[in-house]
Design a protein around this ligand. Sequence first.
Ligand SMILES: [Zn+2]
Length: 179
Amino acid sequence: MVKTIRLGDPGGERIPLDLDMFPRTAVARSLKEVLVPESWDFARKRAYQSAGYACQHCGKTMSDGAPVYATAVWQFAEECVDGYFVQKLVGVIAVCSECFALKRMWPGLEEAVPRLAEVWEVSCEEAYQRVMEEERLSEERSLKLWALDLSWLEDWGIPSAVKDPCTRVIRDGAVMGEA
Ligand SMILES: [Zn+2]
């Protein structure tokens, strides 16, 4: 289970690299797409600042020539609200372009597995097994319907207004925006 990520003092928390495998039924794959631009800007700037402008996975900084982006960390929880499972935002973190691509398996299985093995400090076989397990989980999750829990933003004083009123978001214990 993914733990909630703090937005703390600069130079903050390093987070083990995990894969971003989304169920096909996920509400969104990107927080940027969900939030109004002002909210996203607020969230991403807080994340860079909190991370000291360094990748929270590998530690590379902009001065190492590594462009650093902000990305959301989600948890696909077993809990149910109004018949929807909860796609819970648990953090916004700063990551370099290389780590981001790896999280999303963009280099493809053959190239990603040896790199993941290195990052996770496990054998290629073990890394491959972990990727397969994540794939199995996201297949399983694709059979469920999801609603967003964005309360993490409010916990850190970040406005959580969504662009599209039809986005399924849990507010005050109920699912809003049900189309
Ligand atoms: Zn990195």
